[in-house]
Write a protein that binds this ligand. Structure first.
Ligand SMILES: CC(=O)N[C@H]1[C@@H](OP(=O)(O)OP(=O)(O)OC[C@H]2O[C@@H](n3ccc(=O)[nH]c3=O)[C@H](O)[C@@H]2O)O[C@H](CO)[C@@H](O)[C@@H]1O[C@H](C)C(=O)N[C@@H](C)C(=O)N[C@H](CCC(=O)O)C(=O)O
Ligand SMILES: Nc1ncnc2c1ncn2[C@@H]1O[C@H](COP(=O)(O)OP(=O)(O)OP(=O)(O)O)[C@@H](O)[C@H]1O
Ligand SMILES: N[C@H](CCC[C@H](N)C(=O)O)C(=O)O
Ligand SMILES: [Mg+2]
Length: 492
């Protein structure tokens, strides 16, 4: 692909340049000097860790023909000066890849918990409806059936627009993505034209990044402010909102587009009534704008009912018939690492779940409590270099709802694992816990202690296949490790 640089800069406000660049054609837009090739345009981004301006010379050596920067640079190629490269990157990426989101239906899901679960449900439903889908989120990116790794739940604007462009090329008609609060705050989704935006819920997390819960809420609301524009209502755009969350009113105010509501407690367009929570799933009557649909699902817990309502509303407003939605909800096994049972012959219930916030831990343990007749164990830790204030809350939830908690490590990253556990113990008024720093040993301890009928929740890492200790990323998979320990125990 070759694009004229002035055409690319058309929507960039107030730029200046030290050379005439009218005739320059560029081959790619890059923000990392290591990706620069002959003919690239290199955008210098001031990051949280390093300053991309420091890599400008290296970008020139790698073949860049134009640089976009916030300050004067001593290089031999044209430098386009702008006031904020963070804001310019999405504009350039979008223009370079020819506004790909105008050519597909884009569904964005935001909220503290449930984004991965809801996006995967929507994906399953759309596929059943013969749509060609692309999905981007915590676990991976998938375009049709091809899987690609992702570094962030919501990647940067360049990766995003490039991926949407690939989706368009590969005939995807519906893209479904998780939109994190970090991404909204950093403008990673600027230039992405959403058709449907879903709000799941807001509870405590990420207070290492957002100064207060109100800042966190504001960041989430930006997805709804970015839905369509504010001077006309687009009948094909919908904001899908959980009315039972106390922040729904704030989120609704952010959008000028039609609002579709869902919930259990409050009146809503999609509402679950007559809910029956069973040990092997849930059933409920889903009230919809087109009548009542009976849902029988293998998914567990009240939180899954919310996820099913959100996904059903999103799928319905993107054109999927209700009977088809009903069929997928009956069939789905949910997402890897979300309430995932680990089979064994010992009669112990072992569940791997990605609960890594106070609210999700509470939801999952409450769900287990609703069907468990014997003792509940929870193996839990808190991530290093992440919100420290959630640590004692998670510890307290664990001790209140489980009979025995085992505090352990969950990606300690640059922190001392024992210091993280000490944070968990701060102010804790309980003695039904023990500390086993090594996560594999902690899982072993829980399995060896449990008797037939007991349930063990292994929380926090879900689908993750690694444990980050310091700079090292070690292989670690809760499900695989639990399975191995259980099998060894069965064999005696
Ligand atoms: C705090 C944060 O959000 N950091 C994000 C940020 O990284 P950064 O600002 O540190 O970037 P940097 O390393 O300083 O680099 C600055 C610039 O120099 C360039 N560079 C850098 C090095 C080099 O050798 N050459 C070079 O050109 C980089 O390409 C970049 O353009 O920009 C990067 C690219 O977009 C992100 O990958 C990175 O996410 C990091 C890995 C991260 O951990 N983020 C977390 C907090 C996060 O975003 N999480 C959310 C959601 C979590 C959830 O689901 O709950 C997510 O969406 O993933
Ligand atoms: N609607 C919900 N409300 C509360 N908790 C939920 C909900 N859905 C899922 N959970 C819990 O939260 C955990 C994470 O779910 P999921 O991965 O879908 O969330 P996420 O928003 O994608 O998380 P992340 O921010 O890490 O990407 C699940 O394992 C489950 O314990
Ligand atoms: N997206 C979340 C995932 C947390 C998962 C948990 N295992 C941890 O590492 O803290 C985060 O980066 O905060
Ligand atoms: Mg996720």
């Amino acid at each position: 692909m070759m694009i004229n640089v002035t055409a690319l800069l058309k929507n960039v406000p107030n730029y200046t340049c030290n050379h005439n660049i009218d005739e320059i054609m560029i081959t790619s837009v890059e923000k990392d000097n290591r990706e620069v090739k002959k003919g690239s345009l290199f955008v210098c981004i001031k990051g949280f860790t390093v300053d991309g301006h420091d890599f400008a010379q290296s970008a020139v050596e790698n073949g860049a023909t134009v640089i976009v920067a916030e300050k004067e640079l001593d290089v031999d190629i044209p430098v386009v000066r702008v006031s904020n490269t963070d804001l310019v990157l999405p504009i350039l990426a979008n223009a370079f890849f020819q506004h790909p989101t105008q050519r597909l239906k884009l569904i964005g899901v935001t909220g503290t918990n449930g984004k991965t679960s809801v996006t995967h449900l929507i994906d399953e439903i759309c596929k059943k409806n013969q749509q060609q889908t692309g999905i981007i989120g915590t676990i991976e990116m998938r375009i049709n059936d091809q899987v690609y790794p992702v570094k962030n739940t919501t990647p940067d604007a360049l990766f995003l627009q490039k991926s949407f462009h690939q989706m368009v090329t590969e005939k995807v008609d519906t893209a479904i993505m998780e939109v994190s609060s970090h991404a909204l705050d950093q403008g990673r989704v600027h230039g992405s034209e959403f058709d449907i935006a879903v709000f799941t819920n807001l509870t405590q997390d990420h207070l290492d990044y957002h100064p207060t819960m109100n800042h966190y809420l504001f960041a989430k609301s930006l997805l709804f402010a970015q839905l369509g524009n504010h001077y006309e209502v687009d009948k094909n755009k919908y904001a899908i909102i959980n009315m039972d969350d106390k922040n729904s009113e704030f989120i609704i105010k952010a959008t000028a587009q039609p609002v579709v509501t869902y919930g259990i407690e409050m009146q809503a367009d999609f509402r679950a009534e007559n809910i029956v929570l069973r040990a092997n799933g849930v059933s409920f009557d889903m009230k919809t704008p087109e009548g009542i649909v009976k849902i029988n699902s293998k998914l567990m817990g009240l939180f899954s009912v919310y996820n099913m309502l959100a996904a059903s509303a999103a799928a319905f407003y993107s054109g999927v018939p209700l009977p088809l939605i009903q069929e997928v909800l009956a069939e789905t096994n949910g997402v890897n690492g979300r309430f995932q049972p680990i089979e064994n012959d010992l009669g112990i219930g072992v569940i791997v779940d990605y609960a890594h916030t106070p609210d999700s831990l509470q939801n999952v343990l409450t769900t287990i409590k609703s069907f468990s007749k014997a003792k509940i164990y929870v193996v839990v830790g808190c991530g290093g270099d992440r919100d420290r204030t959630k640590r004692p809350i998670m510890a307290s939830v664990a001790c209140q709802l489980a009979d025995q908690a085992i505090f352990t490590s969950d990606n300690p990253r640059s922190e001392d694992p024992l210091a993280i556990i000490k944070d968990m113990e701060k102010g804790l008024n309980a003695d039904n816990y023990q500390v086993v720093v090594d996560r594999e040993e902690a899982i072993k301890e829980a399995i060896h202690s449990a008797n037939e009928g007991d349930v063990i929740l292994i929380a926090g890492k879900g689908h993750e296949t690694y444990q980050i200790i310091g700079e090292e990323v070690l292989d670690f998979d809760d499900a695989e490790i639990a399975q191995r320990i259980l099998t060894n125990l069965t064999r005696g």
